[in-house]
Design a protein around this ligand. Structure first.
Ligand SMILES: C[S@@+](CC[C@H](N)C(=O)[O-])C[C@H]1O[C@@H](n2cnc3c(N)ncnc32)[C@H](O)[C@@H]1O
Length: 217
C-alpha cells in the first residue's frame, strides 16, 4: 500500500530516528497534558473522535499498515487535531524504543487482530510479556483498556490478565464517557469506543468483550 496522492501527513505523522531513544512527551506535544496511546489505530477513527472530544489530552496512535497510518495522519490534520500524533511502526518495537516509563494515562487496544488459528496464537499482541510493557509505560493509576469481538481471543486475554499481578482488574469504562458531545453524538449513544471496527461490527450484530486493568496509585 502506498501514500495516496494528496495526503498531507505533516505535522501529525511522528517520525523519530531509532537513535532518539525514549521520547519526552512535553517536547513532542508542546504541553504537559496527559498522554493516551492506541495500538493498532487503523484509519484513526477512535483517535479522531477522542482528540476532538478531549482537546486537553494528547493522543498517539501506532499503526503497522503504512497506508492506514498516513490516511489517519492526514485525517487528523484536516480536523485540526494537533493534540494527536500517528506513528507508522510495529507497536511492540516502537513502545520498547520510544515510550518513557510511567508516562501514559491510558493504553487503548481496540479490536486487535485475533489470529484465530492455533498455530498463529503466538502472534497475538496480548501476551504475558506485553503486560510487563504496559506496566512499565503506564503512570501510577493509569489503565489499559481492551475490546475485541473474538470470544477465543478474549478468553486468552482474560487468562493473561488473571495470571499477572502487576495490574489490577478494573471496571471497563467507555473512553467516550464524559466526552464533549460532537455533531453526530446522537448517533453515537450505543458506541463503546467509537473505532472503525466497532462501527462495522455493530452492523453485523457481533458481540463485544471488554476488559480493563489499572496500575496501582
Ligand atoms: C482489526 S484492525 C482494528 C483497527 C482499529 N483499532 C479499529 O478498531 O477500527 C487491527 C489494526 O491493528 C494493526 N496492527 C496489528 N498488529 C500491529 C502491530 N504489531 N503494530 C502496529 N499495528 C498493528 C493492523 O494493521 C490493523 O490496522
Amino acid at each position: 500500500m502506498s501514500l495516496r496522492p494528496g495526503l498531507v501527513t505533516e505535522p501529525i505523522l511522528l517520525q523519530v530516528p531509532d537513535s532518539a531513544g525514549r521520547l519526552n512527551w512535553a517536547e513532542v506535544f508542546g504541553n504537559r497534558h496527559p498522554v493516551e496511546l492506541e495500538i493498532g489505530s487503523g484509519k484513526g477513527t477512535f483517535l479522531l473522535r477522542s482528540a476532538q472530544a478531549w482537546r486537553d489530552r494528547n493522543f498517539i496512535g501506532i499503526e503497522w499498515a503504512k497506508a492506514y497510518a498516513e490516511f489517519a495522519a492526514d485525517r487528523l490534520r484536516r480536523h485540526n487535531c494537533l493534540n494527536a500524533r500517528m506513528v507508522h511502526a510495529e507497536a511492540l518495537w516502537w513502545l520498547r524504543c520510544h515510550v518513557p516509563d510511567n508516562s501514559l494515562d491510558v493504553l487503548h487496544v481496540y479490536f486487535p487482530d485475533p489470529w484465530p488459528k492455533s498455530r498463529h496464537h503466538k502472534r497475538r499482541l496480548i501476551q504475558p510479556f506485553f503486560m510487563e510493557h504496559a506496566y512499565r509505560m503506564l503512570r501510577p493509576g493509569g489503565q489499559i483498556k481492551i475490546v475485541t469481538d473474538h470470544a477465543g481471543y478474549f478468553q486468552h486475554i482474560e487468562e493473561v490478565f488473571r495470571a499477572q499481578t502487576l495490574l489490577a482488574l478494573a471496571p471497563f469504562i467507555s473512553p467516550l464517557v464524559g466526552a464533549q458531545p460532537l455533531e453526530e453524538a446522537g448517533t453515537e449513544a450505543s458506541l463503546l469506543v467509537g473505532s472503525n471496527f466497532e462501527r462495522k461490527y455493530i452492523r453485523e450484530n457481533r458481540p463485544f468483550y471488554s476488559i480493563a486493568a489499572q496500575k496501582a496509585m
